[in-house]
Design a protein around this ligand. Structure first.
Ligand code: NDP
Length: 401
């Protein structure tokens, strides 16, 4: 018998949904690179249901309890008195989501003597101290590709939202106005602009592909170069680093994981090298951008707009400056948790758990840490080290008005 602790975000304020706007989901056969969607032996949920909140339980309760395991689900994750911290003491498996991350710091890993497996229901395992996980010999796995396309759609939406000044224009309508000049004074066409992505992995490449029909000039920087035929097909310009790329771009989108190499990459110095009036979109991780440098750049006009859905810590404190800075288009961390994505990552978590309990190997592409080192996708896309420092600040969301 194993104890599985699962940290999920709260149900909607009006209660768990009794119905949904649409019936079912389109059938996706394969991811763009040919990788298959999750293949658990069975699922116990209806595709399209809200699975990522506490009552949704990722659709796992029936399966886990039928195997004799103890399954604890909570949203209470921050601070030493939280349910998560208490339940962690004898947990073997922790499941968490980047949207509402249960930060697994070195201190928490040290206290959790039985902890062997951390599963990310989504993509991005930076909420786990990967160095501590390697030192302990834990396995860290995530559901690679489950929401990469979901995020790429969000990125395109946010680029268009900022460049065309959508949100303030919408707000004029809600306020009863007809203020065309107020709306138009910050509104441009995307056509002809230079758009660059920091990282051209699953999300970055999907963003580039989706932007191609907009007749923009596409740029990227990545540690590994894309195949020459992809560069030709999309007419891409590769840059050896972010600094070289941002100098020539009107729009920059960040699609790299958070790890020691990317933490604080967009600091005051790098932002100062961007074109005046550039737009920055970050749906990767909040800590890749320096919080105060972004807010200042929007105030001075160095950036014309900033949008994204990732913050640090999460949930962001109520006084986080990104909530109130000018010309932003922030959302809470939602791009990878559409109902469509939830179906895929819930099935992926089930697949990982089935493999774990049946002592079958977890797919290599799902692995981040295994056998004391970075493995699978982790070995390709991350660098060793820890990016969780400061995560205890997340407890402020509960305590500060
Ligand atoms: P991938 O692993 O497919 O792509 C990551 C890419 O980042 C790889 O191509 C990797 O390069 C590149 N990279 C890593 N470090 C650097 C660096 N220092 N400079 C330039 N490029 C770098 O992952 P996805 O595209 O699926 O996801 C990317 C990230 O997006 C996730 O790690 C997560 O943080 C975030 N995300 C956010 C979501 C949301 O809801 N907002 C949901 C899903 C993901 P290479 O492998 O070539 O070395």
């Amino acid at each position: 018998m194993s104890k599985v602790v699962c940290v999920l975000y709260d149900d909607p304020v009006d209660g768990y949904p009794k119905s949904y706007p649409r019936d079912g989901l389109p059938k996706i056969e394969k991811y763009p690179d040919g990788q298959t969607l999750p293949t658990p032996k069975a699922i116990d949920f209806a595709p399209g249901a809200l699975l990522g909140s506490v009552s949704g339980e990722l659709g796992l309760r029936k399966y886990l309890e039928s195997q004799g395991h103890k399954f604890v689900v909570t949203s209470d994750k921050d601070g030493p008195d939280s349910r998560f911290e208490r339940e962690l003491a004898d947990a073997e498996i922790v499941i968490s989501q980047p949207f509402w991350p249960a930060y697994l710091t070195a201190e928490r890993i040290a206290k959790a003597k039985n902890l062997k497996l951390a599963v990310t229901a989504g993509i991005g395992s930076d909420h786990v101290d990967l160095q501590a996980a390697m030192d302990r010999g834990m396995t860290v796995a995530e559901v690679t590709y489950c929401n990469s396309i979901s995020v790429s759609e969000h990125v395109v939406m946010m680029i268009l939202g900022l460049v065309r000044n959508y949100i303030p224009s919408y707000q004029w309508v809600v306020k009863g106005g007809w203020n065309i000049a107020d709306c138009a004074a910050r509104s441009y066409d995307l056509e002809g602009m230079h758009v660059g992505t920091v990282a051209a992995g699953r999300i970055g490449l999907a963003v580039l592909r989706r932007l191609k029909p907009f007749e923009v000039k596409l740029h990227y920087t990545d540690r590994h170069r894309l195949p020459a035929e992809v560069e030709r097909e999309l007419n891409l310009t590769w840059h050896p680093n972010a600094e070289a790329m941002v100098k020539v771009c009107d729009v920059v989108t960040i699609n790299a994981p958070l790890h020691p190499e990317t933490e604080n990459l967009f600091n005051e110095t790098l932002i100062a090298k961007m074109k005046r009036g550039a737009y920055l979109i970050n749906t990767a991780r909040g800590k890749i951008c320096n919080r105060d440098a972004v807010a200042r750049a929007l105030e001075t006009g160095q950036l014309a707009g900033y949008a994204g859905d990732v913050w640090f810590p999460q949930p962001a404190p109520k006084d986080h400056p990104w909530r109130t800075m000018p010309h932003h288009g922030m959302t809470p961390h939602i791009s990878g948790t559409s109902l469509s994505a939830q179906t895929r990552y819930a099935a992926g978590v089930r697949e990982i758990l089935e493999c774990w309990f049946e002592k079958r190997p977890i797919r290599n592409e799902y692995l981040i840490v295994s056998g004391g080192k970075l493995a699978g996708t982790g070995a390709h896309s991350y660098s060793a080290g820890n990016a969780t420092s400061g995560s205890e600040e997340a407890a402020k969301f509960k305590t500060k008005a």
